[in-house]
Structure formats: C-alpha cells, structure tokens
Design a protein. Structure first.
Length: 145
C-alpha cells in the first residue's frame, strides 16, 4: 500500500459513510405537499379551521378540527365529543407531537391500550394509516401560523 493510498482510504470510507447516512438525516421531517395529498383521505371526517373561523381545509365533522394539533393535549378540542379512552389518555398527559401522532395513526385502539395500560381501551377513529404519517404531520404544521 502506498503512502497516498493510506492517506485517502480513511477519507474515502468516511465520505462513503456520510453519503449513505445523508438520507437518514432528514427522515421523519415529512413533506407537506405529500401530506396535503394524504389529507384528502382524512377530510371525510376532519376539517382544519383556524381559531378565527377561517376554513383552511373543508371537511367532515365526525372527527375533531385538526388546526393547531401540535402540542395539544389529546381529547381536548372544545365542543367535540371524544371517546372515553382518548379523553382519559389526554387527562393522563397524552400530548400530540410528531412521534405520538404518527404512532397513533398506525392503530388508534392499540395505541390507546398501550398508553393507558388498559386492554379494554378503544379508539373511536377506525381509519389506520401506515404510510405518509410524517407527511401528514408536516402538512398540518404548515397550516399553523
């Protein structure tokens, strides 16, 4: 091995590692545009209405308004009739963050069972989402001021 090879081999290995690791750096951030497309599935039950009453995204009323969900305690939108399990989870500290939101969407009932430590817990949201959860979160955050 020449002196030049000994000098450049570690540098090459380090650059390759950075190259392959680069996609992982942005993972979880989500794409708001992809989230807007994914949210079309949600509008059957959910709308996004700003605090001043402006309808940002029209939708159904079977689910709560999703405006300002980030940092909100679960089960606390005034005027919405939540299921008992989600209300209990909120009372016990469940707050919507990207992590809790994307985990909840996989299977709301199983999430609440685990959160509450109660096998009888039930989520009222029947929809399950396996893909685009981070994108959906990014989209909802993009609608906030």
């Amino acid at each position: 091995m020449t002196r030049k090879t000994r000098l450049f081999r570690p540098l090459s290995v380090a650059l390759c590692a950075l190259w392959f690791a680069a996609p992982a750096v942005g993972q979880g951030a989500g794409d708001p545009e992809a989230g807007a497309r994914a949210f079309r599935n949600c509008t059957a039950c959910h709308a996004v209405v700003a605090d001043d009453g402006r309808v940002l995204v029209p939708g159904g009323r079977a689910g709560p308004n999703l405006y300002g969900i980030a940092g909100r305690r679960a089960g606390t939108v005034a005027g919405f009739n939540y299921g008992d399990s989600l209300q209990r989870a909120g009372a016990q500290g469940l707050t919507w963050t990207q992590e809790t939101f994307v985990d909840y969407l996989v299977n709301p009932t199983e999430y609440l069972k685990e959160w509450l430590g109660d096998d009888s817990a039930r989520g009222t949201m029947a929809f399950r989402m396996k893909a685009n959860r981070e994108d959906l979160w990014a989209y909802l955050r993009s609608l906030e001021p």
